[in-house]
Design a protein around this ligand. Structure first.
Ligand SMILES: [Zn+2]
Length: 54
């Protein structure tokens, strides 16, 4: 199952252990909460401002 980065729309690669080479960020609370997949390069690039961009 391939996930796409929400910022650059690139497919997120998985490591040999089937772990995503990126991060999963949750925004919102309860029923309105959302999961966002972000690749490792976008994670490095945006760091603290990441949540504001989602
Ligand atoms: Zn990305």
């Amino acid at each position: 199952m391939a996930e796409k980065c929400e910022l650059c729309k690139e497919e997120i690669k998985t490591t040999f252990l089937d772990k995503l080479d990126g991060t999963l960020i949750k925004t919102g609370e309860g029923e309105t909460s959302k999961k966002h997949f972000i690749c490792s390069s976008c994670q490095k690039e945006h760091k603290e401002t990441l949540k504001e961009k989602l």
